[in-house]
Design a protein around this ligand. Structure first.
Ligand SMILES: *Cc1c(COP(=O)(O)O)cnc(C)c1O
Length: 220
């Protein structure tokens, strides 16, 4: 892959307001460095061990996003530096993030992950679970997490209509939560949706953050 050229093409297709998260899972540190040298500073990883190995050898101003399922016992390893945890899917996980963020004197930005795909296997909350979480006294007492929006993965399908419906559903979830729980709170602004195969559709439907791996780095 010609990373500078791929990056240029992807950026050309994104409105300036949309954040590009370069999904670097399985890619070597040298490959990440190539994108970094083109001004790409936000990278997404889905495994804690792999993220730690890369974070240790790459520039400290990289902003790492955790985009994959996170086990509570691994939160402590990433809490010192993680820029955003996009895959919050339980109150239990959020509690652990809050605790470890406090130990590191940080506020960790998080997204609530929603299950929007028709496939069974994907992680994520549904709307009523998210509302229960946000209504809980425990969440309201948390001082070291900040919920900045929502994240979702559409079905792995070339049915554009289906994928579009799933993205639109995530936008409606975002609007509902914004209205009910975050009115006037400017930080609650992110709708993280869209990957290599579907980011143009996602952006046309309101994505503010796309997570792109294979279109940038080549297939894994
Ligand atoms: C791997 C991954 C991506 C990127 O997928 P590509 O198809 O390679 O662009 C985006 N989001 C999540 C959660 C992922 O695990």
């Amino acid at each position: 892959m010609n990373i500078p050229e791929q990056l240029r093409q992807i950026r050309n297709q994104l409105p300036a307001s949309v954040t590009l998260v370069a999904v670097s899972k399985t890619q070597a540190a040298e490959v990440i460095m190539e994108a970094y040298q083109c001004g790409q500073y936000i990278f997404g990883e889905n495994r804690v061990q792999e993220l730690l190995a890369k974070q240790a050898v790459l520039p400290p101003d990289i902003r790492w996003h955790l985009i994959g399922h996170l086990q509570t016992n691994k939160v402590k390893f990433i809490a010192p530096f993680i820029a955003m945890i996009q895959s919050v899917d339980s109150l239990r996980l959020l509690r652990e993030i809050d605790k470890e963020a406090a130990r590191n004197h940080r506020i960790i930005p998080c997204l609530l992950e929603f299950h929007i795909a028709s496939e069974e296997t994907k992680f994520g909350l549904d709307l009523s679970e998210a509302e229960d979480l946000l209504l809980s006294a425990e969440y309201r007492d948390m001082k070291h997490v900040r919920i900045d929006g929502v994240m979702g993965m559409a079905s792995f399908s070339d049915d554009r209509e289906l994928v579009g419906q799933e993205f639109s559903y995530l936008v409606s979830v975002f609007e509902t939560l914004k209205h009910k729980f975050f009115p006037g709170r400017d930080h609650f602004r992110e709708i993280s949706m869209g990957m290599s195969s579907d980011y143009e559709l996602a952006v046309s439907l309101g994505s503010t953050m796309v997570r792109i791996g294979s279109s940038l780095f080549g297939s894994r």
